[in-house]
Design a protein around this ligand. Structure first.
Ligand code: PAP
Length: 307
């Protein structure tokens, strides 16, 4: 990946984010109305970073009268479309990357409810107050082969011209051994999956492939889980369109510049979004090796990740 990873309580971190996660665990005070978006990286988080604020914001949801008067009734103005001026990363701050970064300046107690946060930290690393308060957690995962390939492409955007891509065999072997940012991937997924089985009212567990296949159905499920069920089909349609990959990818705000907190191109968060794209990068042997690991890890869990 181009930087060292550090292992802490069985999971691998980039050091500044580990420090942020530890600070978050010891000091974050969740409120009952908070929403926490959790995921291992490259599983479709950015989609939810767009969807969740849109679902939670009444101005965004309402269907405009099209008069363009900017009264927040759904006209295509900035207030009714936070995605026009903000990269999705900026709409839901990360506990370990933003809020509890070194020299953090966020005054989260002054944030109005419902507050939205995200984390890539494993379930075992969550602050106690997230577990004990009434706040809700939305977790998204994805099949491991697409997750790995997506992460590999993402990291390659950091390579200098002429450097070529990271050797995929080496990166793959590390992923299979669990050496992956916030990994082992399968352990990350299993932690949240088991918790969601025990507390379905607390954790909504989504699979990227299901959201791709039945976007409207899954978005409705998400809105109901968050206590914001849709009244009209047009509202669902509007939000699905607003948060679509094609739209976000082409918005000016997402096309240029670098995320100041992670140093990655803003455009790198939007690539293909195709289920099964791993076939373009992994060999038959790699497919079999990772599928076997997935089969063994998921055995008896009731979760199918060989999608
Ligand atoms: P993160 O962990 O850095 O936040 P994350 O958003 O979880 O990354 O994953 C990025 C993947 O989601 C990319 O997949 P790909 O590499 O296979 O293409 C990206 O294209 C996809 N993605 C981002 N936004 C959307 C969206 N609005 N709809 C569908 N897929 C999306």
């Amino acid at each position: 990946m181009g930087f060292d990873l550090y292992q802490w309580e069985g999971f691998w971190y980039y050091l500044p984010n580990l420090a942020g996660a530890i600070r978050s665990r010891s000091s974050f005070q969740a409120r009952d109305e908070d929403v926490i978006l959790a995921s291992s990286m490259k599983t479709g988080t950015t989609w939810l970073k767009a969807l969740i604020p849109c679902i939670m914001h009444p101005n965004v949801r309402s269907i405009g009268d099209g008069d363009g008067d900017g009264d927040g009734d759904g006209d295509d103005d900035d207030d009714s479309d936070p995605l026009l001026k903000n990269h999705p990363n900026a709409l839901i701050p990360s506990l370990e990357v933003h809020i509890f970064a070194e020299n953090y300046t966020y005054n989260i107690s002054a944030m109005p409810s419902p507050r939205l946060f995200r984390t890539h930290a494993p379930c075992t690393m969550l602050p106690e107050s997230i577990k004990t308060s009434g706040c809700k957690i939305v977790y998204i995962t994805r099949n491991p082969k697409d997750t790995f390939v997506s992460a590999w492409h993402f990291m390659n955007t950091k390579r200098m011209p002429g450097e070529g891509t990271f050797p995929i065999g080496e990166s793959f072997e590390k992923f299979c051994r669990g050496v992956h940012l916030y990994g082992p991937f399968h352990d990350h997924v299993l932690g949240y999956w088991k918790e969601s089985m025990m507390r379905p009212e607390k954790i909504l567990f989504l699979r990227y492939e299901d959201v791709k296949r039945d976007t409207r159905g899954q978005v409705k499920k998400l809105a109901s889980f968050l206590g914001r069920p849709f009244a009209k089909e047009e509202e669902v349609e509007k939000i699905v369109w607003m948060c679509s990959l094609e739209r976000l990818k082409n918005l000016e705000v997402n096309r240029n510049g670098v995320d100041p907190f992670v140093g990655m191109l803003k455009s790198a968060y939007f690539r293909l979004g195709v289920v099964g794209d791993w076939k373009n990068s992994l060999s038959k042997e790699m497919e079999e090796q990772l599928d076997e690991i997935t089969r063994q890890k998921m055995e008896g869990s009731g979760l199918d990740l060989l999608i």
